[in-house]
Ligand binder design. Structure first.
Ligand SMILES: [Zn+2]
Length: 97
């Protein structure tokens, strides 16, 4: 016997890219699939004026890789002034191989 109880559970129905405003959900064969990523940070007492602040932005695939590209450009720039600074390659930020 199935016993049901009414509940009030928040269900994610959409996720909007904080950069471009597009939905992170795409339709594939009639199914809505979430494709994208998040950039997040949490700062503590040792930070520069951000103690207790948390940040999180949702990014679609295009904006995520645009952000990764910006980080790689910054790292490339910083590597110009430091001999022991490794330049990022195509696997930069990727956690699986
Ligand atoms: Zn976007």
């Amino acid at each position: 016997m199935i016993i049901k109880k009414p509940t009030f559970i928040d269900k994610e129905v959409d996720c909007i890219c904080d950069a471009c405003g597009d939905s992170l959900y795409i339709k594939v064969a009639g199914e809505r699939i979430k494709e994208g990523g998040q950039l997040s940070a949490e700062f503590g007492f040792a930070s520069d004026g951000e103690d207790g602040n948390r940040y999180q932005v949702d990014l679609c695939q295009k904006c995520f890789f645009s952000t990764i590209s910006s980080i790689k450009k910054r790292r490339n720039l910083l590597s110009l002034f430091a001999e022991d600074f490794e330049q990022p390659d195509e696997t930069f930020g990727k956690v699986n191989d």
